[in-house]
Design a protein around this ligand. Structure first.
Ligand code: ZN
Length: 556
C-alpha cells in the first residue's frame, strides 16, 4: 500500500489530505503538524509538540497516557507519550498485559527535526488513521522532542547542508552544551538521566529507536540505519537486529513505500586516505560501536537498539516521509515479533549472569573493538562522483553529480569484533572514597553494595604505567587513556568499600564502565582523575583503585 503524503496548505494536495482523512477518522485541525501548516517551511517548537501531545491526551484518553521523562535545564518538560490499547499508565500494568514495550525517540540532535515530525504523524496515524493495529500487541513509548532546549534554540544556519530545510532549525547540543548522543556512559545530560530513570529502568523496553538526519556521502538511500553494534558482552541483541530485523524492514519499506534504505556508512573519493572511483568499500566510523552512542548503550543493557539517519540532501518533506516509513515498518515488525525480541533479550541477560557465575576469570570481553567486513559484497546505490574543478580556487575535487548509479561488488566494512580483550571478573571492589563512581553506577540501575565486614579477596590489580590526558576539550572533558598491566594478588579490603557483584544482568555495562583500559569507560570520562592525580599518577606507577576479584573471603 502506498501512502500519500498530506500537504494541507497547498491547493492540489488539500485534495489528497481530504481523501486520506475521509477513509480515516476526522483529524482535528490541532493535529496538523507545523510543516503541514507552513508548506514545509517550519518545524514544530516545544510548545507546538506539547499542544499536540495535550490534544491527543484529551481526545484519545482511552489510549494515551503522558509522563514527563525529564525537565531540561531551561525548564522545558520532555514528554513521554505512552500509547496502548487499552491504556497503560504504569510499568506494572505493562507487565500484566504481557505486551512488549517499544521506545522511540526523536530530536536528540535538535537540528535533525525529521524524527520529531514523523513521530507526531505516526501517533496521529495510530490514533486516527490506518495504523490502529500497531497497538494490537505492543505498548509504545514515544519521545518526540528528546532535546527540547536544543529544539527551541533555533537559528537559520544550524543545518546548512540540509536540502530544503525548515528555515529555522534547532541546535545539536542540549541546554548544557552536551551532545546527548555521546552521553550513554557518563550520563551527564538531564535528558539522559531522565531516559535512564524514567524510561529504560522504569519501563524496561525491548527496543530503543533513535531518529537522526545525516549529511556526508551522496549515496542513493532515503535513509540509512544501524543496529546496536557489539560493544562488549552478549552479542545476541546486536546480531538479531543486524541479521534478522533490519534486512526484513529494508524489504518491507521498499515494498510498501518504494524507498531505498541501507546500512549506515559512506565512502570518500580522492584526497588523502580517500578511495578511487568507483568505491570498493562502504565504510563506517571506527568508534561507532562505543556505548556513548545511545543505540549501543542499550545493547550493554541486553536491549536492542536502532539508529536511523534520514538523508540530508533529500527535501524536508521527503525526509519526514522516510523517517515515518522506516519507523512505521519497525513498529509493524515489533507488533508481530516484539515478544520474540523480548525473549532474545531475556536470554542474553540470563546467559550473561550465568556466564559470570560459572566462568568468571576464565573468559574475556572486549574493551576496544575494531572494524571488520560484514556480509558478502553488495550493490551500492549512489550518486556518481566525478572530478570537478572549482571555478574560483582552481582546485580539483571529487564531487557528486546528479546521476544515480548502481555499483556492484562493494564490501560493507560495518561490523566490529573485540580488538583488546580483558578477563571478566566475578566482581569489582573500590574504596568508599569513590562515592562518585558508586553514584554513577547506580544512576544506570547497577546493583552496588558496600562490604559489611573486612574481607580478603583474590584477584587482579591494574598497575597504571601511563596516564594520558587529551589537551583538547570534548563534551566538557579532557579524555583520559591509561596503559598498564594486571598483576594477580590477594588484597585485604576494609568494611565500607563498595563492591559490584557481576552476577547481575547489567554485568556487560559494569565491565565497560569500570575496566581501566575500556575506551568508553569512567576512566575516559575523568571520573577517576581526582583520586589518581592526588596519588601522583602523572609521575609514578600506582595501582588503579578498582580491584577485580575472583573470590572473596570474610576476614573478621
Ligand atoms: Zn544526529
Amino acid at each position: 500500500m502506498k501512502i500519500s503524503f498530506i500537504r494541507p496548505v497547498t491547493g492540489i494536495l488539500i485534495l489528497a489530505a481530504i481523501l486520506l482523512i475521509s477513509c480515516a477518522e476526522n483529524i482535528p485541525e490541532e493535529l496538523l503538524i507545523v510543516p503541514e501548516k507552513t508548506n514545509y517551511e517550519a518545524t514544530s517548537t516545544h510548545a507546538d509538540v506539547m499542544q499536540f501531545v495535550n490534544t491527543i491526551k484529551e481526545m484519545k484518553s482511552s489510549k494515551v497516557h503522558v509522563e514527563i521523562m525529564a525537565v531540561s535545564v531551561e525548564g522545558r518538560e520532555v514528554p513521554l507519550v505512552v500509547l496502548a490499547e487499552p491504556k497503560i499508565t504504569t510499568p506494572g500494568e505493562a507487565v500484566s498485559s504481557g505486551k512488549p514495550v517499544i521506545y522511540v525517540q526523536g530530536n536528540i540532535h535538535a537540528g535533525e527535526v525529521e524524527g520529531k515530525e514523523a513521530l507526531l504523524l505516526i501517533m496521529r496515524d495510530i490514533l486516527y488513521g490506518d495504523k490502529k493495529h500497531l497497538l494490537d500487541d505492543q505498548i509504545l513509548l514515544i519521545s518526540p522532542i528528546y532535546n527540547a532546549d536544543g529544539n527551541d534554540n533555533m537559528s537559520e544556519d544550524s543545518r546548512r547542508s540540509q536540502h530544503g530545510s525548515p528555515k529555522l532549525a534547532g541546535q545539536r547540543s542540549n541546554g548544557q552544551g552536551l551532545d546527548l548522543n555521546r552521553d550513554g556512559i557518563k550520563a551527564e545530560g538531564v535528558e539522559t538521566q531522565g531516559l535512564l530513570k524514567n524510561v529504560l529502568i522504569k519501563w524496561d523496553p525491548v527496543l530503543l529507536v533513535d531518529l537522526h538526519t545525516t549529511n556526508g556521502t551522496m549515496h542513493g538511500y532515503s535513509l540509512t540505519y544501524a543496529p546496536n553494534y557489539p560493544s562488549a558482552g552478549h552479542t545476541a541483541t546486536s546480531e538479531y537486529v543486524m541479521d534478522t530485523m533490519l534486512p526484513y524492514i529494508r524489504e518491507s519499506v521498499k515494498k510498501e513505500y518504494d524507498l531505498d534504505m541501507y546500512l549506515y556508512g559512506g565512502f570518500r573519493i580522492g584526497g588523502r586516505g580517500g578511495q578511487e572511483w568507483p568505491p570498493k568499500t562502504w565504510d563506517l566510523w571506527s568508534i561507532l560501536y562505543q556505548p556513548r552512542f545511545m543505540m549501543n548503550y542499550v545493547g550493554l543493557r541486553n536491549m536492542m537498539g536502532i539508529l536511523s539517519e534520514t538523508f540530508a540532501y533529500d527535501p524536508f518533506d521527503k525526509r519526514i516521509l522516510s523517517a515515518k516509513a522506516f519507523t512505521s515498518e519497525i513498529l509493524e515488525y515489533t507488533n508481530k515479533h516484539g515478544r520474540d525480541m523480548r525473549e532474545t533479550n531475556r536470554r542474553a541477560a540470563e546467559e550473561t549472569v550465568r556466564n559470570v557465575v560459572e566462568n568468571a576469570g576464565t573468559f574475556t570481553m572486549g574493551v576496544k573493538h575494531r572494524l571488520i567486513p560484514y556480509g558478502d559484497p553488495f550493490t551500492l546505490l549512489t550518486y556518481k562522483y566525478t572530478e570537478q574543478t572549482d571555478s574560483t580556487s582552481g582546485r580539483v575535487r571529487w564531487r557528486a553529480t546528479d546521476e544515480l548509479v548502481e555499483i556492484p561488488g562493494v564490501q560493507n566494512m560495518g561490523w566490529f569484533e573485540p580488538d583488546v580483550e580483558r578477563a571478566v571478573p566475578r566482581g569489582y571492589i573500590f574504596p568508599a572514597e569513590l562515592s562518585n563512581i558508586a553514584d554513577k553506577l547506580m544512576m544506570h540501575g547497577i546493583d552496588v553494595k558496600t562490604l559489611e565486614s573486612n574481607v580478603s579477596a583474590e584477584g587482579e590489580e591494574f598497575i597504571i604505567e601511563s596516564f594520558q590526558q587529551s589537551s583538547r576539550e570534548y563534551q566538557g572533558h579532557r579524555l583520559v587513556s591509561m596503559k598498564g598491566s594486571f598483576v594477580s594478588r590477594s588484597l585485604n579490603l576494609p568494611e565500607g568499600s563498595y563492591y559490584v557483584d557481576m552476577a547481575q544482568p547489567l554485568a556487560s555495562l559494569v565491565f565497560y564502565m569500570l575496566e581501566p583500559e575500556s575506551d568508553d569507560g569512567l576512566v575516559v570520562w575523568n571520573y577517576f582523575d581526582e583520586y589518581l592525580k592526588v596519588r601522583g599518577v602523572e609521575n609514578k606507577r600506582i595501582p588503579f583503585p578498582v580491584f577485580k576479584y575472583y573470590s572473596i573471603n570474610q576476614r573478621d
